[in-house]
Design a protein around this ligand. Structure first.
Ligand SMILES: CC(C)(COP(=O)(O)OP(=O)(O)OC[C@H]1O[C@@H](n2cnc3c(N)ncnc32)[C@H](O)[C@@H]1OP(=O)(O)O)[C@@H](O)C(=O)NCCC(=O)NCCS
Length: 145
């Protein structure tokens, strides 16, 4: 398995994003990817490859706003992570998060933050297994005005 940093928009990246965030339009994904590659000081994207190609990705951002549960600022936030079903439970997510951690440490950042939906128990288990600890649970609200 190889981990490499992504520096260009690609169909592989689009396919992984669509799998993780199917509610976002293709135009939305393309705009997000373009913004990320245009600002490599703030965003980092990593692919995991095996002999059949790209099997997973992680996106991270440097966050200077307050991030729930964190003790320092800035922190690096794991914005998204996805591993193709056939490649799961082989350490791909752990390796991607290690790469995110290396990128963060290289910036002098000492905390990684992340989130997961309340019912995504696989993700909770993965986060704990790679060293995250749970800090908070929140409920989002909206109101038409
Ligand atoms: C969550 C996800 C990224 C994990 O990827 P992965 O490559 O399978 O994870 P790893 O193999 O690196 O797992 C590392 C450890 O995390 C834990 N873990 C991972 N998946 C788990 C699961 N489904 N159930 C229980 N524990 C799990 C295990 O302790 C595992 O080590 P082990 O396999 O030696 O027991 C993957 O299941 C996925 O893409 N899910 C759909 C997208 C998603 O939910 N993304 C996260 C959004 S917040």
């Amino acid at each position: 398995m190889e981990i490499d940093r992504v520096n260009a928009v690609s169909d592989d990246w689009l396919a992984l994003r669509r799998a993780l965030w199917p509610e976002t339009t293709e135009a939305g994904h393309r705009a997000d990817m373009a913004a990320m590659v245009a600002d490599p000081a703030r965003y980092a994207v990593f692919f995991s490859r095996d002999d059949r190609g790209v099997v997973g990705f992680a996106e991270a951002s440097l966050r200077t706003d307050y991030v729930n549960g964190c003790l320092q600022s800035p922190v690096v936030f794991l914005e998204g992570i996805f591993v193709a079903p056939q490649a799961r439970r082989r350490g791909v997510a752990a390796a991607l998060i290690e790469a995110v951690g290396d990128w963060a440490r290289g910036k002098g950042v000492r905390e990684l933050a992340s989130d997961a939906l309340i019912d995504n128990l696989d993700s909770h288990a993965m986060h704990r297994a790679v060293g995250f600890s749970e800090t908070d649970r929140v409920v989002y609200f909206r109101k038409e005005i």
